[in-house]
Design a protein around this ligand. Structure first.
Ligand code: CA
Length: 228
C-alpha cells in the first residue's frame, strides 16, 4: 500500500525535488501551491502525511496546521527557511510534528517522515516506554536508565524531562512543550530551568557532554532525543 503525501509548497524547485524523490520511494505525492488549494485537496482526500511550507502566497502555514489539528491526527511536517525561526516554534506548539530547515536532503526528509508516521501510528497503541541507542538503555516502566550496563541515578525532575523526550524520541520537542509538561503551564518562560537540567542530564548520560550524542539541541527551538 502506497503512502499518500500532501506537499504544500509554492517553490517549484522544492516541489519537483520532493515529488520526484518521494515517488521513487513509493509515495503518492499530491502538491498544492497555496493554503486554499491545500484545503480543497484535504476535503477531497485525506493524505497519510502533510509536508507544509510556512510562507505561502495566500497566508501563513499556521492556519493550515490549526485547520488540520481541529479534525485529524495525521502527521504534519513543516518546511522552514532560516528567517522563519519564530514562526516555526509557534507551528510546533500548535500541533505540527516536526520541521525541516531548508535546504534539506531527501534522506533527512524520509527519516523525519518515518518517525512522524511511527509516532502517529502507535499513538493509539501502547505508548513508547523504552529507548535504546549506543549503550544507553531507558525503561520508563521500570524507571531504570543504564549506560553500558551501569545504572544511572536521576533526580525526579531529570527523570520527568528525559521521559518526556523518550515519548517523542526522534522528534523535536519545543522549549515551551518541555517546560509545560515537566514543570507546568505557568513555567513556559523559564527556559533557564531547561538549560540547567539538560546540562545535568548530559553530564550523566553522555560520554562527552560537550558533544552530545543523545540529547540534541535544536537551536532556538528545543531538544530532540536521537534515535539513530
Ligand atoms: Ca514559500
Amino acid at each position: 500500500m502506497s503512502l499518500h503525501l500532501l506537499l504544500v509548497e509554492d517553490d517549484r524547485e522544492i516541489r519537483t525535488m520532493v515529488q520526484t524523490s518521494l515517488s521513487v520511494e513509493g509515495f503518492v505525492v499530491q502538491t498544492a501551491v497555496s493554503l486554499s488549494e491545500a484545503r480543497a485537496l484535504l476535503q477531497h482526500r485525506l493524505p497519510d502525511v502533510v509536508l507544509l511550507d510556512l510562507g505561502l502566497p495566500d497566508g501563513d502555514g499556521l492556519e493550515l496546521v490549526l485547520h488540520i489539528r481541529k479534525q485529524y491526527a495525521l502527521p504534519i511536517l513543516v518546511i522552514s527557511a532560516r528567517h522563519q525561526e519564530a514562526q516555526k516554534i509557534t507551528l510546533l506548539d500548535a500541533g505540527a510534528d516536526d520541521y525541516l530547515a531548508k535546504p534539506f536532503s531527501v534522506g533527512e526528509l524520509l527519516a523525519r517522515i518515518r518517525v512522524a508516521l511511527r509516532h502517529r501510528g502507535t499513538s493509539l497503541a501502547a505508548a513508547v516506554t523504552e529507548h535504546t541507542l549506543d549503550g544507553l538503555h531507558i525503561d520508563l516502566g521500570l524507571r531504570t536508565i543504564r549506560l553500558h550496563g551501569e545504572p544511572i541515578h536521576l533526580t525526579p525532575t531529570e527523570f520527568k524531562l528525559l521521559a518526556r523526550l523518550v515519548r517523542s524520541a526522534g522528534r523535536v520537542v519545543t522549549h515551551r512543550q518541555l517546560l509545560a509538561d515537566v514543570w507546568g503551564a505557568e513555567f513556559t518562560e523559564h527556559t533557564h530551568y531547561l538549560r540547567l537540567y539538560m546540562g545535568q542530564l548530559r553530564s550523566k548520560i553522555e560520554s562527552d557532554p560537550a558533544e552530545p550524542r543523545h540529547l540534541l539541541t535544536e537551536t532556538g527551538v528545543g531538544y530532540r532525543l536521537a534515535v539513530t
